[in-house]
Design a protein around this ligand. Structure first.
Ligand code: PEP
Ligand code: MG
Length: 903
């Protein structure tokens, strides 16, 4: 272990001691002590039974990396003093052969990163202290079992010997000697395994396993700080936007033993059900085991409560059956922790000879469904306020609630079943490795990642997969916890599955499936089906409806939807959209029958030809609008005039060209000439948007007529006034706006005369070019200026960054890795750059017209961070795809609540 140079200045406080009723830390010190350290200190402050220990601060982690992975020297005396205090408190002594103190060394950053960093248990054991432990515990088997666990962990984490080496030794030993379970091995057998472990460490060429307990301790502390930069931790931080600079703390804590026999146990518990949110204790335990046995999925743990046991029809006794006294004490502690933290807690505990010890508490990760239920229940219980409940749910996680579920009326072939580890149903091709999952995802395939069990090395594959299926592991196994956090459907512990990675097959009994075969998993029931199964769309009611009603009451931005079809519009209404913020009319023309007329219009050589084709498009377009207006009732509907370059409607491939030429009864050469004529080097910057409309005003005239006639018809049918909002795309100059507004107004005047009615409508423009932001005052100025702006932040980002939205993908990943972009600027708005243009546009537009209505209809309208920005910039509404409407409603409410709280 390398130590840095001594500092001349007084060393800062780097070590914080904790013990029941006597802690130097507090719950609100997680920046310094990490979440685990701060909460251990807090539990100790509450007088709960916490094994004494100390936390080395996250500051030391920073120093460790700044000093080329060496720890500051001033740390040594602080650790020694704290270790002595732990000894006094426990009555043991570190390194003492008669009465050895054993410690656990664990990581713990500010944000929880479950399983990503390293842990070492039973530290302080060597060939001599193990005998002291055997004498003191009166249990030689326990002492040697603990020692071999320690060598295994230390060998893996500190000395870098692959854990599979140790697992193979143990498996071989058991096979050779006819043992099935670890619990069958006695002290003598463990001694043999220990000798083999030590031999394997020597053979591996690493440093030998240290007998000096101080060397063990510093080796472990260094390794845990080092694990902040291991690959899985780095990936996890990238996926969860956790800054590199935070660092981890290290917790050194007196060991308590769940593996001391049949009145000892270890377990994890949630104070409420993290899958459903039900107010019931939920979790798992193992008798005579240490913590890693539960989370690693190696042994399948049992239920905590009698109720859960009965529901699961589990033949094994629950903790409540087995150790009722300890269970009762835990229940009281859970209540105390929930009142203190005002939230559902995720807890790790150990029972040593009947005595309960608390090892961790933190706010528990939960599914979106559970998050909603818990927030609503806590508000109903009077623990939190309604606006706090709204803040408690992560808007992005709402997409989990929008997961389809399996249609119960569908015919299905059940393959097998496991545990319902993370809700939602998913179909996909099976893959057996995380790298493969990632590769297939990049090629646009939906995959189900199938593993015996997952480990933190699998997170990239779990992220890429549509669903996860594991053969082993309980509801708190790595796969289950991580999948729930990610919102990926997961079935874990499907024990009947046999996986042959080499052959890339999975079998259940005689049934064999190969990589690429399709399965469907149902993370809500744990069932796995062969092939693709029909799904049902989700219903949003109950707690969800309460929460969203509280969110709407917070007075945030209103939320509209981008909807081009009746199906989208119905979905948008079902999700509570307050209007349509963008109807892209071009999407109405891609239908097989309509595109032909559209192509005729585009290929027409003169205005008369175009007008004749447009006359045939008119009734179709009008009927589309009537349907949209009817679905939306009195809610506002913003319709955008045709935007994309015309060649998007024309064929490219030779075969298609031939077919279209035949359909249009046009010589192929003439068609090709027209396609050539329309092709552009930079179509995104070419003949599109308002330019297209100015070039072919008859298209605008037809669209305006379709909109107005539809408004009259839908209004009559429903007995209401339909007031459409017509929007002109890609405007940079006031003159462009005036020319097109003129066409629309003239059309309106004509129709008013024809139909003898007065039309009500609004005219506005998209703001998607930097010039439009800068000259927003011109665009809004006066009676005839725009009534509303809708920021098209897709094009605005493209034009402000000079980065093609269709070619950005490879650039984005390089730019993200090198820290040039914090986030994909097409997904989350670049607040500094594009955001400044947006603010200028809002300010200059409102300066000329204070009543100007302002919205956004780019992709950013469904992104929670961007929504907070639009709130602060003074927008009236955001518009996003229908499935993001609930996300946006919650995000809009949170922005409003936070702004109020900050004020
Ligand atoms: C935009 O540019 O943000 C927008 C909504 O228009 P489109 O994506 O259709 O170009
Ligand atoms: Mg656009």
């Amino acid at each position: 272990m390398a130590l840095g140079h001594p500092s001349r200045e007084a060393t800062p406080k780097w070590v914080y001691y904790f013990a029941a009723g006597d802690s130097e830390g507090r719950a609100d010190m997680s920046d310094l002590l990490g979440g685990k350290g701060a909460n251990l200190a807090e539990m100790a402050n509450l007088g709960l039974p916490v094994p004494p220990g100390f936390t080395i601060t996250t500051e030391v982690c920073g120093l460790y990396y700044r000093n080329q992975r060496s720890l500051p020297e001033g740390l040594v005396p602080q650790v020694e003093r704290a270790l002595e205090r732990v000894g006094k408190e426990t009555g043991f002594s570190f390194g003492n052969e008669e009465n050895p103190l054993l410690v656990a060394v664990r990581s713990g950053g500010r944000a929880s990163m479950p399983g990503m960093m390293d842990t070492i248990l039973n530290l302080g054991l060597n060939d001599r202290t193990v005998q002291g432990l055997a004498r003191n515990s009166n249990d030689e088997r326990f002492a040697y079992d603990s020692y071999r666990r320690f060598i295994q962990m230390y060998g893996d984490v500190v000395l870098g010997v692959d854990h599979a080496v140790f697992e193979d030794i143990l498996d071989n030993f058991k096979n050779l000697n006819g043992f099935s379970f670890d619990t069958e091995l006695g002290a003598g057998e463990w001694r043999e395994v220990i000798a083999a472990y030590k031999g394997a460490i020597e053979d591996s060429g690493s440093a030998p396993f240290p007998q000096d307990t101080n060397e063990q301790l510093w080796g472990a502390i260094g390794a845990v700080f080092g694990s902040w930069q291991n690959n899985r931790a780095v990936t996890y931080r990238r996926l969860h936007a956790i800054p590199e600079s935070w660092g981890t703390a290290v917790n050194v804590q007196a060991m308590v033993f769940g593996n001391m026999g049949n009145t000892s146990a270890t377990g994890v518990a949630f104070t409420r059900n993290p899958s459903t949110g039900a107010n019931e204790i939920y979790g798992e335990y193992l008798i005579n085991a240490q913590g890693e046995d539960v989370v690693s999925g190696i042994r399948t743990p049992h239920t905590l409560t009698i109720k859960a046991r009965e529901e699961a029809e589990d033949p094994n006794p629950s903790l409540e059956d087995e150790l009722p006294g300890a269970f009762h004490e835990l229940k009281l502690i859970f209540g105390a922790l929930e009142s203190r933290y005002r939230d559902m807690q995720d807890i790790e505990f150990t029972i040593q000879n009947g005595k309960v010890w608390m090892l961790q508490t933190r706010s528990g990760k939960r599914t979106a469904e559970a998050a909603v239920k818990i927030a609503v229940d806590l508000a109903a219980e009077g623990v939190i306020r309604r606006d706090e409940a709204v803040l408690r749910v992560d808007p992005s996680s709402f997409t989990q609630l929008l997961h389809p579920t399996i249609d119960p009326s569908a015919e299905m072939e059940l393959l097998t079943s496991g545990l319902p580890a993370s809700p939602g149903a998913a179909s996909g091709e099976i893959v057996f490795s995380s790298d493969e999952a990632e590769r297939q995802k990049q090629q646009g395939r939906a995959v189900i990642l199938v593993r015996t069990e997952t480990s933190p090395e699998d997170i990239h594959g779990m992220h890429a997969a549509a669903g996860i299926l594991t053969a082993r592991g309980g509801m708190t196994s790595h796969a289950a916890v991580v999948a729930r956090g990610m919102g990926v459907p997961c079935v874990s512990g499907a024990g009947a599955i046999r996986i042959n990675e080499q052959a890339a097959t999975l079998s259940v009994g005689q049934r064999v499936l190969k990589a690429g075969d399709i399965v469907t998993i149902d993370g809500a029931t744990g069932r796995v089906y062969v092939g693709e199964v029909p799904m049902r769309q989700p219903q949003l009611s109950g707690d969800f409806a309460s929460l969203i009603a509280w969110a709407d009451a917070a007075g945030g931005l209103s939320v509209r939807a981008n909807a081009d079809t009746p199906k989208d519009a119905r979905q948008a209404r079902a999700f509570g959209a307050q209007g349509i913020g963008l109807c892209r009319t071009e999407h109405m023309f891609f239908d097989a029958e309509r595109i032909l007329t559209m192509r005729e219009m585009i290929c027409a050589t003169n205005e008369a030809g175009r007008k004749s084709a447009l006359a045939r498009i008119l009734p179709v377009q009008r009927a589309d609008f009537v349907e949209l207006f009817e679905i939306m009732g009195e809610l506002p509907v913003t319709i955008r005039l045709l935007d994309p370059p015309l060649h998007e409607f024309l064929p490219r491939q030779e075969r298609e060209l031939e077919a279209v030429a035949a359909q249009l009864k046009m010589p192929i050469d003439k068609l090709k000439a027209r396609v050539d004529e329309l092709s552009e080097f930079n179509p995104m910057l070419g003949l599109r948007g308002s330019r297209l409309a100015i070039r072919y005003p008859e298209i605008t005239e037809m669209q305006a007529r379709a909109i107005f006639e539809a408004a009259i018809e839908a209004g009559k049918r429903q007995g209401v006034t339909v007031e459409p909002e017509i929007m002109i795309p890609l405007v940079a100059y006031r003159r462009e706006y005036d020319i097109l507004a003129g066409v629309i107004r003239n059309t309106a005047d004509t129709i008013e005369k024809e139909a003898g009615v007065r039309l009500a409508y609004k005219l506005g423009t998209m703001i998607e070019l930097p010039r439009a932001c800068l000259r927003a005052g011109d665009l809004a100025d006066g009676e005839d200026g725009a009534d509303f702006f809708s920021f098209g932040t897709n094009d605005l980002t493209q034009t402000a960054l000079g980065l093609s939205r269709d070619d950005a993908a490879p650039i984005l990943s390089a730019y993200a890795t090198q820290g040039i972009y914090d986030a994909d600027p097409f997904a989350s708005i670049d607040q500094q750059g594009v955001g400044e243009l947006v603010r200028i546009g809002v300010e200059r537009g409102r300066e000329k017209k204070p009543t100007l209505k302002i919205g956004i209809c780019g992709e950013h309208g469904g992104d929670p961070d961007s929504i907070a920005f639009f709130h602060s910039a003074g927008f009236d509404y955001v518009s996003c795809s229908p499935f993001r409407v609930p996300v946006a409603r919650l995000a809009a409410a949170q922005a409003a609540i936070r702004a109020k709280l900050d004020a």
